[in-house]
Design a protein around this ligand. Sequence first.
Ligand SMILES: NC(=O)c1ccc[n+]([C@@H]2O[C@H](COP(=O)([O-])OP(=O)(O)OC[C@H]3O[C@@H](n4cnc5c(N)ncnc54)[C@H](OP(=O)(O)O)[C@@H]3O)[C@@H](O)[C@H]2O)c1
Length: 227
Amino acid sequence: MIIITGASRGIGKFLLEEFQRSGEDVSGTYFNENKELEKNPVYHRLDVTDFGGAEKFAAGFGDKLKDIVLINCAGNNYNCFAHKSSPGEWRKVIDTNLTGTYNMIRAFLPAMRSQGYGRIINFSSIVAQRGIPGTSAYAASKAGLWGMTRSIAVENAGKGITINNLNLGYFDIGMITEVSDEFQKIVKSKIPTGEFGDPVNIFNAVKFLINSEYINGSSVDMNGAIS
Ligand SMILES: NC(=O)c1ccc[n+]([C@@H]2O[C@H](COP(=O)([O-])OP(=O)(O)OC[C@H]3O[C@@H](n4cnc5c(N)ncnc54)[C@H](OP(=O)(O)O)[C@@H]3O)[C@@H](O)[C@H]2O)c1
């Protein structure tokens, strides 16, 4: 079964709907109160920074938990120059993007290991590859995924489990659509096609990683050759 965190909007929601259309058994999580999702049995409310909640969420599937694919989309951002930043807000980004991803992996790994199969896909970002002002927390959280992924890949490769990151550039969905038109224009000027990526590319890449048993511990760039 496919489990997608941060599936209330953006990339996570898009992937959940695409997998549903393909007839897959998929479950998604949301974080903030949401009256509509509350009634939807496909969705569970979860704060990925809470390991106890992640463990309970995993246990809740009981015997249904088979052929687990964990797609970690939950994420947040805090834009501020480091010298003016709030340590609390800074830490929240690390807690969600890095520790939250770990919490989910930690909660599902035991079942993956005992079943001899698992796929883990995380989302890193081009922001961690470039020095972009105001992004120290986000960049640190996304760079942390690379090292964590390598280590977990080595620990679990013998158990039929793969873990990889997709290093996304800018896609026409989610976080980037919330920044100013002016900033979007600057970013687009650096992409050879002048366009953000179509999210269907993310869906195709995720399917490719699910079907690939020998791509493991990798961080794959998807950025349209942005300069
Ligand atoms: N969009 C892009 O172009 C792009 C580029 C590079 C990397 N990425 C990465 O791709 C992933 C998805 O991005 P997106 O643009 O789709 O993000 P998004 O639209 O901002 O959605 C973020 C999701 O994370 C959930 N979330 C936030 N804090 C959470 C917490 N503590 N516990 C559980 N869930 C939490 C949100 O839930 P609520 O709705 O309930 O708040 C929402 O479902 C992120 O990791 C992001 O860093 C995106």
